[in-house]
Design a protein around this ligand. Structure first.
Ligand code: CAA
Length: 286
């Protein structure tokens, strides 16, 4: 970790797929990390997933066994939000629900020191909507990681209307310290990543629904024909179909344009609880 950074301890709220990945990469980079979630089972799963991921990185010689152990030691978990009162930077990665996120931002605003930055890993919700729940709008921004966080270098940084230049500067510095690549995006629905990615995934689901090709055929076209590392349907399964649907709804409502209408098959699969890898089946079986 850079000795120049004033940030020593990171609070991560939400121990799901993204939250525990974010906690892991900061712990690996030398920061103390406190990972909070209201669900004990989510914290247990997070700890076990982080251990597995660190073990994989050690097996591939990306990380030494000693550094993996140090990363584990830098990470604490808690169900108590008050445990975040001494952190220097907060990253929120809870469910993509505006009310839940605004409530959380309101609470954290009263908990941490007034100059602590509150970043949201939201995939698509407007940063202005979240920052207006706090009394520190200049200190709020979007910090959007990609899944799987330990492997994907990109982080989108989203400046809300009131986000200060200093908040963005410090956050860019932080992203570089953890070895990732920051890209700035405007506070528009879906930012850059999901504005471009999600309509492609949605279109792949339409192609499947309209029997243009099988799931295997659609994914093979994109992998072999376009050199994508995964096909769009396998990627939807990795992201989670519920998350894909939430993002399509944000695009649809945000732009008021029917080109973003979620595919009916996507809606049906989410209603049926077929959410991708996390439920054992989506467009493919796991
Ligand atoms: N931690 C550590 N290592 C991991 C890991 C993790 N979390 N996940 C996978 N690995 C390792 C695997 O063990 C494997 O190691 P070996 O090479 O030793 O076998 C290696 O990484 C490669 O994994 P796989 O063989 O399973 O598969 P792969 O070669 O296809 O690579 C991938 C996996 C990096 C995920 C690649 O498929 C990829 O880049 N896919 C696209 C991912 C993507 O687009 N992400 C963005 C999604 S959008 C988003 O996140 C934003 C949003 O808001 C929705």
């Amino acid at each position: 970790m850079s000795t120049k950074s004033p940030i020593r301890k990171i609070g991560v709220v939400g121990a799901g797929t993204m939250g525990h990945g974010i906690a892991q990469v900061f712990a690996q980079a030398g920061f103390e990390v406190c990972l909070q979630d209201v669900r004990t089972n989510a914290l247990n799963r997070a700890t076990s997933n982080i251990t597995q991921s660190l073990d994989k990185l050690v097996a591939k010689d990306t990380l030494t066994a000693k550094d993996a152990e140090l990363a584990r030691l830098r990470l604490t978990t808690t169900t108590d939000l008050d445990a975040l009162s001494d952190v220097n930077y907060v990253i929120e990665a809870i469910v993509e629900n505006v009310t839940a996120k605004r409530d959380l931002f309101k609470t954290i605003d009263t908990l941490v020191a007034p100059d602590v930055i509150l970043a949201s890993n939201t995939s698509a919700i407007a940063i202005n909507t979240l920052s207006s729940a706090t009394t520190r709008q200049p200190y709020v921004l979007g910090m959007h990681f990609m899944n799987p966080v330990p492997l994907m270098p990109l982080v989108e940084l989203i400046r809300g209307q009131a986000t200060s230049v200093e908040t963005v500067r410090l956050s860019i510095e932080l992203i570089k310290i953890i070895g990732k690549t920051p890209v700035e995006a405007a506070d528009r629905p879906g930012f850059i990543a999901n504005r471009v990615l999600m309509p492609m995934i949605n279109e792949a689901i339409y192609a499947l629904m309209e029997e243009v090709g099988s799931a295997e055929a659609i994914d093979t076209v994109m992998k072999v024909g376009m050199n994508h590392p995964m096909g769009p349907l396998a990627l939807a399964d990795l992201i989670g179909l519920d998350v894909c649907l939430d993002i399509m709804r944000v695009l649809h409502e945000g732009f008021g344009n029917n080109k973003y209408q979620p595919c009916p098959l996507l809606c049906q699969m989410v209603e049926a609880g077929t959410l991708g890898r996390k439920t054992g089946s989506g467009f493919f079986k796991y």
